[in-house]
Write a protein that binds this ligand. Structure first.
Ligand code: BEZ
Ligand code: FE
Length: 294
């Protein structure tokens, strides 16, 4: 300490200590824990990289641009969390360890609450472009018990790689909510998923480009399964053979979620239906962990 106060590393630590102390009155103990850790890590990061003023301004500009491009259809902050792996790290921290339960993966920014209810065997593509795909399976408890009347939300992109909410207008296609049959079965028609880039025309896209990283995600279909007494399962199924399985822009792939697609000629289709052109199929059981797992 000199007459003017602390110098060098001590001066930097004095800033951190003062900020930490400023939060001491936080009443909620969990919030206090989070704020203190945030300050320690954020300050540690700035010290480690010796952050300069121009870099601090670039970071503020990046976050400002992320804010400006975000609205109720575009969520740049979730994208940022996804490409930094924070979303998948949060999944890894919170995922139950129940043997046999389906693995969770990233939620993504394209879920819409209140999607149209679709009867079992119904078509949730509702005109979305793509090769018809029949998706079926069962919802089970980890011990194998079938779970009937369970709510299954499904959403997917069309063959051009876009979700309905990425188009202008209010069209709801490629998504729906089903309830399982008493034997846990679900079945529906949609379009075969294809690989697509995450939105990369904003600051997160600039970040990927600067890092030489691809914005592509391997083909997948999203599921959210909600049943009383069980942990809500948020996951995807991925299509085997996809060229991007090893380089998902958001780190969401798990081997246990990769499924071989069936390819079929037109004619007879499941449950007595007929298809004029070629169609595809995916079959996967979704296994829920009990609420108290973890
Ligand atoms: C998605 O799969 O919908 C998604 C996930 C993360 C970022 C962007 C899209
Ligand atoms: Fe997706």
């Amino acid at each position: 300490m000199s007459a003017e106060g602390p110098v060098g590393a001590d001066r930097e630590q004095a800033v951190t200590d003062e900020v930490l102390a400023s939060f001491a009155g936080t009443a909620d103990p969990r919030l206090l824990e989070i704020l203190r850790a945030l300050v320690r890590h954020l300050h540690g990061f700035a010290r480690e990289v010796r952050l300069d003023q121009g870099e601090w301004e670039a970071a503020v500009d990046f976050l400002t641009r992320a804010g400006h491009i975000t609205d109720d259809r575009r969520q740049e902050f979730i994208l940022l969390s996804d490409v930094l792996g924070l979303s998948m790290l949060t999944v890894a921290i919170n995922e139950p360890k129940t043997p046999g339960a389906t693995e969770a993966t990233v939620f993504g920014p394209f879920f819409v609450d209140g999607a149209p209810e679709v009867p079992l065997g119904g078509d949730l593509a509702r005109g979305a472009a793509g090769t018809p795909c029949y998706v079926s399976g069962r919802v089970l408890a980890a011990g194998g018990t079938p779970l009937g009347d369970v709510c299954v939300d499904v959403w997917g992109a069309d063959e051009d790689g876009f979700y309905d909410v990425q188009y202008p207008g209010e069209r709801s296609v490629g998504r729906g909510r089903l309830h399982t049959a008493p034997d846990g079965a679900f079945r529906f028609w949609t379009v075969l998923p294809t690989p697509y880039p995450i939105p990369h025309d904003g600051p997160v896209g600039d970040l990927l480009a600067a890092a030489g990283r691809s914005p592509m995600r391997p083909a997948h279909l999203h599921f959210m399964v909600t049943a009383p007494g069980y942990r809500t399962l948020i996951t995807h199924i991925f299509v085997a053979g996809d060229p991007y399985l090893g380089s998902d822009a958001v780190f969401g792939v798990k081997d246990s979620l990769v499924v071989e697609a069936g390819h079929h000629d037109g004619g007879e289709a499941p449950h007595g239906s007929r298809r004029e052109g070629a169609w595809t199929s995916l079959t996967y059981d979704l296994v829920l962990a009990p609420e108290d797992a973890g």
